[in-house]
Design a protein around this ligand. Structure first.
Ligand code: BGC
Length: 492
């Protein structure tokens, strides 16, 4: 059976390559010296160590147009996510691939209908009030691809059914370095636009702007590509923010939400005195915010939310008081930009409500021991501090239940976590300043590596309740994804 499947899969592969050995591009090694057992349009195949391998450099290179541009051809998908003058693009293993006309083998389906095409932006869209209301949420095809790969590693049918549902929910797209921004911003704006143009309902895409110089100054796991120095600040402005600005200017007819630089301002509130890297980053964080607000906060179709950490970070009275000052100053520094509000609990695990806790020794006297009480308090404080627009949305990707953590300061890949409330607009009646629950952290992507020899190893990822072994931040973490599915609350 296995052999039959492998043969038909190979026969279906559409890529034609001209590498040293043609099969490497298709995921099969080159043969070291063996007989031909099968030939198809890709070339000659042998078997070594029970595995298919390619013989020689056969196959025509003519039809794999994307190879010349440095991208492989798609081998198992024909779903178009983006089209340009070069051709139609798909996504495989988190990478762009070229779709050969008349080729491909099936596609992954169920990706929210974001087919490609050269959709042309129409009239200016203006967000009025809550940007999450009366829109469809864009589904990130890359995430669908990650989930499809995850499903291919599962055998439990009830878990597979839960995983399948994950492909129908939206989550944020992290522009976590210059290259990823180039790869993900425009194609996904295009994808959302073509969906919007064909369906008629506005399609909202949520991006995370995440590349400040000296990023993640109080931890190591998500340290970024840019360092806290003047030349990297220049790169942040010209190669990252200005490019984002250009795309947002162009895609003016669709709603967009931007999550601004997770953890950065919360670090400015609590960690400047204690952590030298945060002191070193201060100028760049503040200057970076002023710059990005002025550039990105001026579009009628784009709503900005500044990250405010979570209840067990800024929830204490003194931290909230300081926070109100820091955030108002930042917003003023970005004038005349508009900031819609704030986003809490990004990539954290704090439950939305936890009636078992109240201010006392157990909460280290934090009066805001869950996200709901945190937002209630922040709403009051920020409003009294004179901030004009005080709305929130809350990341509920992984806070469906209490995790195994014994201290709320644990943030890395917590065991016992469960997927939380599904993305939805205006989820709590009576809390009119809560715009949405939404999934900012893509469920299944790691918080940080547990490899103690890695450059970005952070001790928190080695703690008792951090699941191990864990891959680098942002990489797929299969076991962790499965844990989240099993513990989802509400259940999937
Ligand atoms: C990582 C990013 C990643 C994001 C989403 C962050 O912790 O640093 O690289 O894109 O998580 O998984």
């Amino acid at each position: 059976m296995k052999v039959t499947f492998a043969l038909s899969a190979i026969a279906a592969l559409a890529a034609k390559v001209s590498a040293a050995c043609f099969s490497e591009r298709l995921g099969y090694p080159c043969c070291r010296g063996t007989e031909v057992v099968y030939t198809d349009s890709d070339g000659k195949w042998g078997v070594e160590n029970g595995n298919w391998c390619g013989i020689g450099n056969s196959g025509s290179s003519a039809s794999c147009w994307s190879q010349a541009l440095g991208f492989p051809c798609c081998t198992s998908t024909s779903t178009v996510y983006y089209s340009d003058n070069d051709g139609d693009w798909g996504v495989e293993n988190g990478n762009w691939c070229g779709i050969i006309k008349g080729g491909g083998s099936g596609g992954n389906g169920g990706n929210g209908g974001n087919g490609g095409g050269n959709a042309t932006p129409g009239e200016q869209y203006t967000i009025q009030g809550n940007p999450f209301a009366n829109v469809e949420f864009y589904i990130n095809p890359y995430y669908v691809e990650e989930v499809d790969n995850a499903i291919s590693q599962m055998s439990d049918s009830s878990l597979i059914a839960k995983a399948e549902k994950m492909k129908t929910y939206s989550n944020a797209i992290w522009l976590d370095n210059i290259k990823n921004m180039q790869s993900w911003l425009e194609p996904n704006l295009q994808g959302a636009l073509s969906q919007q143009n064909s369906g008629g309902t506005p399609v909202l895409t949520v991006f995370v702007v995440y590349d400040l110089p000296g990023r993640d100054c109080h931890a190591l796991a998500s340290n970024g590509e840019l360092l806290a120095n003047d030349s990297d600040m220049e790169r942040y402005k010209s190669e990252y923010i200005d490019v984002i600005e250009g795309h947002l200017k162009k895609y003016k007819s669709q709603p967009v939400v931007l999550v601004i630089e997770p953890d950065s301002l919360a670090n400015m509130v609590t960690n400047i005195e204690t952590t030298p890297a945060c002191a070193d980053s201060q100028t760049y964080y503040m200057d970076g915010h002023a710059y990005l607000l002025k550039k990105l906060g001026v579009f009628a179709n784009v709503a900005l939310y500044l990250d405010i950490g979570h209840a067990f970070w800024l929830g204490w009275d003194d931290n909230r008081e300081k926070a109100a000052k820091v955030y108002s100053k930042v917003i003023q520094s970005g004038a005349p930009a508009k900031v819609r509000g704030f986003v809490d609990n990004v990539a954290n695990y704090t439950p939305w409500e936890d009636p078992t806790l109240s201010r006392g020794p157990d909460t280290e006297w934090n009066p805001c021991p869950d996200e709901k009480r945190y937002l209630e308090a922040m709403h009051k404080d920020f409003t009294s501090a004179g901030i004009q627009s005080v709305y929130f949305f809350s990341d509920t990707s992984r806070n469906g239940k209490k995790t195994d953590r014994k201290h709320p300061g644990e943030w890395c890949n917590q065991t016992g976590c469960g997927i939380g409330a599904r993305p939805q607009a205006s989820p709590i009646s009576g809390m009119e300043y809560l715009d949405a629950f939404y999934w900012v952290k893509p469920i299944g992507e790691s918080d940080g590596t547990s490899d103690t020899s890695a450059k970005r190893y952070d001790g928190y990822c080695g703690h008792e309740t951090a699941m191990k072994p864990a891959p680098e931040a942002g990489q797929w973490f299969q076991k962790f994804f499965e844990e989240g599915l099993k513990n989802a609350n509400p259940p999937l």
